[in-house]
Write a protein that binds this ligand. Structure first.
Ligand code: SF4
Ligand code: SF4
Length: 251
């Protein structure tokens, strides 16, 4: 069977999603043997996109003309494109301040050099190109990345769970931080797959895997307000990984 050609690219992000792959130390030799790695600037000396590519994995949000150029190049020469991680899929950390003026933010961080900065509000990949598959997480779970690579060898994509972090949390028999400890936990709204890593050690879910399908945002907002959290506090927590929750949705 012909080896699939893959690309792993990073746009506006911290490279953590790409590091998930590099941290698969035991599996890397087999990955290198079973795939042609066409483009992977973080891991290869050669930095040109040659193509054609079977599957391009793209980490990060789009926030600069150069991000857009790389994304378009990859989309044009790839059969499938995978959004790798929360920033690529939802905007993530990169987009957490999208409600504020980009100009003011740039000035705060870069001072007078901000005038030469060519950037715009970070956006997820699907706003610019067709995305064929997504692996969420900040960073993604190693198991989900390896499962995806294994599925690619069979010419398909895997099916991941579509339920909230609470399902995993309750199956671990954790005490509920939200109901029983009155802590802020976004587990009911957030896509499972991390085995409720944070609530299992007493830390409320911060939402790093992004929204689960049919998340009842209004109900969570109402519950947290009743528990005494301020609206600003709740919104600021919710916006950390996904800036576009619909707080007013009817429950
Ligand atoms: S602790 Fe959080 S994730 Fe666990 S069941 Fe309660 S709300 Fe859900
Ligand atoms: S519990 Fe929430 S914040 Fe923690 S890893 Fe899972 S999705 Fe991310």
């Amino acid at each position: 069977m012909k080896k699939p050609a893959i690309a792993i690219a990073g746009l506006t992000a911290c490279s953590g999603c790409q590091l998930t792959l590099l941290n698969c130390e035991e599996e890397l030799p087999e990955i290198a043997q079973r795939f042609i790695i066409d483009y992977f600037p973080l891991g290869l000396t050669e930095r040109a996109i040659t193509g054609p590519i079977d599957v391009a994995f793209v980490e990060g949000a789009v926030s600069t003309p150069s991000d857009l150029e790389i994304l378009m190049k990859l989309r044009n020469c790839s059969r499938s494109l995978v959004a790798l991680g929360t920033c690529a899929l939802w905007g993530g950390i990169a987009a957490m301040k999208n409600q504020e003026s980009r100009k003011d933010l740039a000035k705060t961080v870069y001072g007078f050099a901000a005038d030469d900065l060519k950037s715009f509000n970070p956006q997820p990949l699907h706003r610019f190109v067709k995305v064929d598959f997504a692996i969420t997480g900040c960073p993604p779970e190693k198991g989900e990345l390896l499962t995806t690579l294994a599925a690619l060898l069979r010419g398909t994509f895997p099916v991941f769970p579509r339920y909230p972090v609470c399902s995993e949390c309750r199956s671990r028999e954790n005490l509920c931080l939200l109901i029983e400890r009155d802590k802020m936990c976004l587990g009911p709204l957030v896509q499972a797959g991390c085995n409720a890593r944070c609530p299992a050690v007493g830390i409320g879910c911060e939402g790093c895997r992004g929204p689960v399908t049919e998340a009842n945002v209004a109900a969570e907002m109402e519950l947290l307000l009743k528990k005494g959290f301020s609206r600003d506090e709740i919104v600021s927590r919710m916006q950390r990984f996904y800036p576009e929750w619909d707080y007013e949705q009817s429950s």
